[in-house]
Write a protein that binds this ligand. Structure first.
Ligand code: AP5
Ligand code: MG
Length: 247
């Protein structure tokens, strides 16, 4: 198995021959979904659809959805399924999703998973199986232990301009507090406190772990150890997607 994205890209170039289709990145807060989604975007040229990022965009712009989402997100609770599903439906209708997409942080409840499954089933009906639109979803769940997650969450900093994700402990910017790419002052998310993290973990255990089990039972599922260097985790995800796509 290749040990890094670089090796994959320069070697057998497996990543380029794959039609990615719909990919779900699942896992607890801080496990590395956003970090990994950005690597996969570079490799496969398909969009990252992060429901957390979309909701933060609504929040920042004070939309009606943003106003509802703000209170829930700041408490570490999930936003209502119907609102999130509608937001995802709008995003999936964009033409850049035709070859596939990476859903980062969605679905997060069984109701969201049922909605997505039904939507994909309806899309598959009557299409030849070689079309990207007719590929079934593959789900990859990342695993990292609680204390490591807490350290990642409290150490995270984001660029408000380009969205690059840093970490003061393991992935610091070259100049403290400043984005390497944009020169913008880095920000900390409002929900990246120890207290809100604990609430987010409770929501995860109660509502999202059943979603992981749902996809595990469907077969096209892999679990990857997220407590490894970023490149090694990426290689693990890519290898898993390749394997599941070849099934
Ligand atoms: P969301 O934004 O999705 O937050 P989350 O699931 O809690 O996940 P995070 O974004 O915190 O972590 P991540 O896994 O992306 O990790 P990252 O790559 O940044 O959701 C926020 C809120 O929005 C929810 O609480 C909810 O209220 C609402 N919401 C969102 N989706 C919803 C839905 N579907 N339904 C209802 N409500 C919804 O990495 C974290 C840190 O670790 C970074 O500093 C990074 O540099 C570092 N790191 C990454 N990988 C590694 C590595 N391999 N080694 C060391 N450090 C690493
Ligand atoms: Mg994220």
């Amino acid at each position: 198995m290749p040990s890094s994205v670089t090796e994959l890209q320069s070697g057998r170039a497996m990543g380029h021959s794959t039609i990615p289709g719909p990919i779900l990145l699942l896992g607890a807060p801080g496990v590395g979904k956003g970090t990994q989604a950005k690597e996969l975007v570079k490799l496969w040229g398909i969009p990252q659809i992060s429901t957390g990022d979309l909701l933060r965009f609504h929040k920042a712009n004070g939309t009606p959805l943003g106003l509802i989402a703000k209170e829930l997100m700041d408490r570490g609770e999930l936003v209502h399924d119907d609102l999130v599903n509608e937001m995802v439906a709008e995003r999936l209708a964009q033409p850049d999703t035709a070859r596939g997409y990476i859903l980062d942080g969605f679905p997060r409840t069984l109701k969201q998973a049922d909605w997505l499954d039904a939507r994909l089933d309806a899309k598959l009906a009557g299409r030849p199986s070689t079309q990207p639109q007719s590929l079934p979803v593959v789900a990859v769940s990342l695993k990292v232990d609680y204390n490591q997650l807490l350290r990642r969450i409290t150490g995270r900093r984001n660029c408000p301009v380009c969205g690059t994700i840093y970490n003061i402990y393991v992935k610091p910017p070259k100049v403290e507090g400043v984005c390497d790419l944009e020169g913008a002052a880095l920000v900390q998310r409002a929900d990246d406190t120890e207290e809100v993290f604990a609430e987010r973990m409770k929501s995860y255990a109660a509502l999202t772990e059943p979603v992981v089990d749902h996809y595990r039972s469907q077969g096209r599922f892999a679990e990857v150890d997220g407590d490894q260097p970023i490149e090694v985790v990426s290689a693990g995800i890519i290898a898993a997607v390749e394997r599941l796509r070849a099934k």
